[in-house]
Design a protein around this ligand. Structure first.
Ligand SMILES: Nc1ncnc2c1ncn2[C@@H]1O[C@H](COP(=O)(O)OP(=O)(O)OP(=O)(O)O)[C@@H](O)[C@H]1O
Ligand SMILES: [Mg+2]
Length: 243
């Protein structure tokens, strides 16, 4: 089993959107048994797949190892794709993390999913925190969405520096251009600084995910955005297999 965290220090950069489309691509075109783990109490990724936590579910307890992760898992409407939904209990996670070392076991909990899944995609809340620290120790790859702007390089560099300082440069980082609008000069110039990074276009097809509550490859198959997410998934797979 290989795991991927979709992470950024910044909010609103397309993490949940990326997590849902990557998980769908992994499960359907990739044929991987995939779990999308929604670790953000806002529950955007859960919502985008038309799901909601079971009543009384406590995702926080699962992170702490008090409940089996697999007890909270729901099937999505897509073959090979399950979801571990977010719920309100995750709001208290950071406080718990600071106090207990139970959560040091996150890596162990993730490993416990190995027999059931080939790929685990984690949708993270924004920001460096105790949780992100534990996650960086546990996952095999970080996917980092970046909106093209003069400050973009800082976002990638800050995260690289943090990984270098606290985690020996692991795990590998796959940055991508998120919400890229090539009609805008500033976007084009910024993207050209790292032309090798995958590009996800700014597209109404992606915005419409929230209306249809399904991945872009389902709503608008063959659209540039759907193709871009398929390409991103190939890059992530390559990084996982080579990493
Ligand atoms: N490629 C895109 N084209 C158009 N709109 C997009 C694109 N990617 C994301 N969006 C929109 O931008 C908003 C933020 O996206 P998303 O929720 O995925 O970001 P996030 O990083 O997960 O945010 P948060 O930090 O709040 O969890 C959403 O309304 C989403 O529909
Ligand atoms: Mg999000």
């Amino acid at each position: 089993m290989k795991s991927v965290a979709i992470f950024s220090i910044k909010g609103g950069v397309g993490k949940s959107t990326t997590a849902v489309n990557l998980a769908h691509a992994a499960a359907t075109s990739g044929g991987r048994r995939t779990l999308l783990w929604d670790l953000d109490s806002q529950g955007a990724a859960t919502y985008l797949l038309k799901l909601a936590p079971r009543s009384g579910a406590k995702a926080r307890a699962a992170v702490a190892g008090e409940t089996e992760l697999s007890d909270l898992v729901l099937e999505s409407e897509f073959p090979n794709l399950d979801v571990l939904p977010a719920d309100k209990s995750l709001r208290r996670l950071e406080g718990d993390l600071a106090q207990t070392d139970k959560l040091k076991q996150l890596k162990k909990h993730l490993k416990s999913l190995s027999s059931d899944y080939d790929r685990v995609i984690v949708d993270c809340p924004p920001g460096l925190s105790e949780l992100s620290d534990r996650l960086f120790r546990a996952v095999d790859l970080i996917v980092l969405p970046i909106i093209p702007s003069p400050l973009s390089d800082r976002a990638a560099e800050q995260l690289r520096a943090e990984l270098q300082k606290s985690h020996g440069g692991r795990p590998p980082l796959l940055p991508l251009w998120s919400m890229a609008d090539r009609r805008r000069k500033l976007h084009r110039e910024t993207i050209d600084r790292h032309p090798d990074w995958p590009v996800i276009p700014y597209a109404s097809a992606v915005e419409a995910m929230a209306v249809h509550q399904s991945p872009v490859a389902v709503n608008q198959p063959g659209s540039p955005a759907a193709r871009a997410f398929a390409g991103l998934w190939s890059r992530a797979e390559m990084a996982l297999l080579n990493g």
